[in-house]
Design a protein around this ligand. Structure first.
Ligand code: NI
Length: 267
C-alpha cells in the first residue's frame, strides 16, 4: 500500500468513526477554528484474540503500509493485550490495537464469541479495510447484556464489530491550549463530559504522557430482538513530554489506558 492509499484508508476510518461519534466532529471543529493544524496522535482499534481476527491480522494492512510494532501492553484485570504501531513518517498517527484474551472469559461467553467470529464471511477477512468494516454477525440485546456482565470491552466489540474506537488530538500541536488542564476546562465549558475514572487526567509529566477523554456518545443500535441505546466511541486528548535523550515519548502507559478503556462503559 502506498502513502496515498494509506491516507485514504485513515480518512475512511475517520468518517466511520464520526458516524458513531458526532461529538468528535463538533469538538474537532471547535479546535480547528482556533488552530492552524489539528494532529491525530493515534487511532485505537479493538479485536478478539482469535486466529482469523486477532491483533496480528488487524495489524497486517498497517504493516504493509509501512507501520512497525513498537510497545506492548498488558491489562490483566480487563483480560486485554495491546501493541502500538508507528510509521516512519512521524506525521502519520500511531495505531493502537488491543485484543481480548477470549479464553479468560467464562465458557458461555467464550462460546458466544466463537459463534460471532464463525459468522464473518471469509472474503471480508483479507480486505485491507477489515479493521473498520463493522459487525458481521447477528446479536441480540440479551447476548450483549450477557457479555456486558463480564466484559464491557467484549460487549462493545460484539455490538459494533471492527471500527475505530477513538481518535486522539495531540495537544503538543495546538496553539490554543498547551496544558491538558486548560483543554479539559475548555471542553467542559462547551458542554462535553469527560471520563473521570481514575481522575480526568491519566498519567503525568513524569511518565511523559498525560491523557484525557470524553465519555462515549450514546448510540441507538439495532439488535436482532430490539433497539437499545448503548455507549459508542469517544475522543481522546494526549500531551506528550520530551524524553531525557531527546524527542517526545511515543509510547503509552498501561495504567492510564486501563482507565481510558472505561470511557465506553455503560453506567
Ligand atoms: Ni488512546
Amino acid at each position: 500500500m502506498n502513502t496515498q492509499q494509506l491516507k485514504t484508508m485513515l480518512e475512511e476510518m475517520w468518517i466511520d468513526y464520526l458516524a458513531l461519534n458526532p461529538d468528535a466532529l463538533a469538538i474537532h471543529q471547535l479546535i480547528k477554528e482556533r488552530n492552524p493544524h489539528v494532529v491525530n496522535d493515534h487511532i485505537a482499534l479493538r479485536t478478539f484474540n482469535l486466529g482469523k481476527v486477532d491483533l496480528k491480522q488487524i495489524s497486517r494492512p498497517f504493516i504493509n503500509a509501512g507501520y512497525h510494532a513498537r510497545g506492548e501492553y498488558s491489562f490483566p484485570k480487563k483480560h486485554l493485550y495491546a501493541q502500538h504501531f508507528e510509521h516512519n513518517d512521524p506525521n502519520l498517527p500511531k495505531i493502537f490495537i488491543s485484543q481480548l484474551l477470549t479464553e479468560n472469559l467464562d465458557q458461555s461467553n467464550q462460546k458466544l464469541i466463537h459463534n460471532l467470529i464463525e459468522q464473518i464471511p471469509k472474503e471480508i477477512l483479507t480486505t485491507k479495510h477489515f479493521s473498520y468494516s463493522g459487525r458481521h454477525w447477528n446479536l441480540t440485546y440479551k447476548q450483549y447484556q450477557q457479555l456486558l456482565k463480564q466484559s464491557e470491552y467484549a460487549a462493545w466489540l460484539a455490538a459494533f464489530g471492527f471500527r475505530p474506537n477513538h481518535f486522539t488530538i495531540l495537544i503538543n500541536a495546538l496553539h490554543s491550549h498547551h496544558r491538558i488542564e486548560t483543554l479539559n476546562q475548555f471542553l467542559k465549558e462547551h458542554g462535553y463530559a469527560l471520563n473521570s475514572a481514575g481522575g480526568e487526567i491519566k498519567g503525568s509529566a513524569e511518565e511523559y504522557l498525560e491523557q484525557s477523554s470524553t465519555l462515549a456518545n450514546k448510540v441507538m443500535l439495532s439488535f436482532d430482538d430490539q433497539e437499545a441505546e448503548i455507549p459508542g466511541c469517544y475522543y481522546e486528548f494526549a500531551k506528550r513530554y520530551p524524553l531525557p535523550e531527546g524527542g517526545l515519548y511515543q509510547g503509552f502507559i498501561a495504567a492510564s489506558a486501563d482507565k481510558i478503556f472505561e470511557s465506553t462503559d455503560s453506567r
